[in-house]
Design a protein around this ligand. Structure first.
Ligand code: FAD
Length: 304
């Protein structure tokens, strides 16, 4: 496998020759309090010099963050001058309500939507569409495209979404979303480069050519991550428990371990030809910054 040869070529010296020829994006969640807002703003300012292609802001369950998502995206565009995408879900919303939200985004200068079905309440609970709403993300994509010419990204699941009848059916669903007008997929987080490569091969076999961008989650707390991972089509591998064993009272060591795991995964992806990376920042700059740095990314225009 030529990918493995390439990986070996980059294995020594570690990371040293990576040129940073990447397209990167950062995901944030809308802050709840003033303090969290300050933290997010600091994160945006710190990551901005790495020149992301875009950043995105998530949408809380049931539209609970509707105003906050809007305000955050609008502020990132107007004050930081970064292209920002708004996540949007079908949960508890009629098509008319979605239209209203989408039109407000367009008016605020938002040109990119991450279109999702969303989940009903608790993770893992069955999704029930709104009687006047969209039944899945593919329908949402088609609806949004009728409202305005948004750039649209959608979700993809290297380890298969829990609601999918099979891995093939899940890939068919991704194809429907792309055929409906999405131009990029961003994956759920995963922890093995091979998992991503197998998924990429399966998509290529199905004739999918759109970019599928790996979502990188630097995990600092395994127990917490495992709580929600199962319900979102991702698994936390057992080896990760071993790597965090005994570090409960050592937050700084946990950060270093988290960065090492995520950077090593990213490096393997890079060695396998991946150049697009999406980082789940959890509104913290350090880990994502360090991983980008290790991949050779430097601030645009020199030091910052
Ligand atoms: P869909 O693509 O609609 O698919 C959901 C499942 O249903 C799949 O298994 C699919 O195969 C199946 N399916 C769909 N249509 C059909 C059909 N016609 N027939 C049979 N099966 C079908 N959630 C939030 O609430 N807010 C966010 O901001 C958010 N951001 C996310 C960002 C990323 C990058 C990712 C990967 C996920 C995000 N999520 C978010 C989580 C997402 O909402 C959930 O994973 C949700 O359960 C599925 O959404 P989807 O858009 O993938 O759904």
């Amino acid at each position: 496998d030529p990918r493995h040869e390439e990986l070996t070529a980059h294995d020594s010296p570690l990371f040293a020759s990576l040129p940073g020829d990447l397209s990167i994006s950062f995901e944030f969640f809308p802050p709840k309090t003033e303090k969290m807002e300050e933290k997010l703003w600091d994160t945006v300012e710190q990551l901005k010099p790495l020149d992301p292609s875009f950043v995105s802001v998530t949408y809380g369950a049931g539209g609970s963050t509707r105003e906050r998502t809007h305000a955050t995206v609008a502020r990132i565009i107007s004050e930081a001058g970064l292209p920002a995408a708004a996540h949007l879900t079908c949960v508890d919303a009629s098509k008319a309500e979605i239209r209203e939200v989408a039109e407000q985004y367009w008016e605020a200068g938002v040109r990119h939507i991450v279109a999702l079905r969303g989940d009903a309440g608790e993770p893992g609970a069955p999704f029930v569409p709104h009687p006047e709403g969209y039944r899945n993300a593919a329908e949402l994509v088609a609806g949004l495209k009728q409202i305005a010419d948004f750039e649209i990204s959608v979700a993809a699941y290297p380890e298969v979404h829990p609601d999918a009848a099979s891995a093939e059916a899940d890939i068919d669903n991704l194809k429907r979303k792309l055929d409906a007008g999405a131009s990029r997929a961003i994956t759920q987080f995963f922890f093995s480069a091979e998992t991503f490569f197998r998924f990429r091969d399966a998509l290529a076999q199905r004739g999918i050519e759109a970019p599928v961008v790996p979502g990188i989650l630097p995990v600092t707390n395994v127990a917490q991550a495992r709580k929600f991972a199962g319900a979102c089509g991702a698994a936390i591998p057992d080896w990760m428990d071993g790597l965090f064993e005994g570090l409960d009272e050592r937050p700084a060591a946990r950060q270093l371990v988290a960065a090492t795991i995520a950077a090593e995964l990213s490096r393997r992806l890079y060695a396998g030809g991946v150049r697009d990376f999406h980082f789940y920042t959890l509104n913290r700059p350090e880990l994502s910054y360090a991983i980008c740095h290790l991949l050779g990314r430097r601030p645009k225009g020199g030091a910052a």
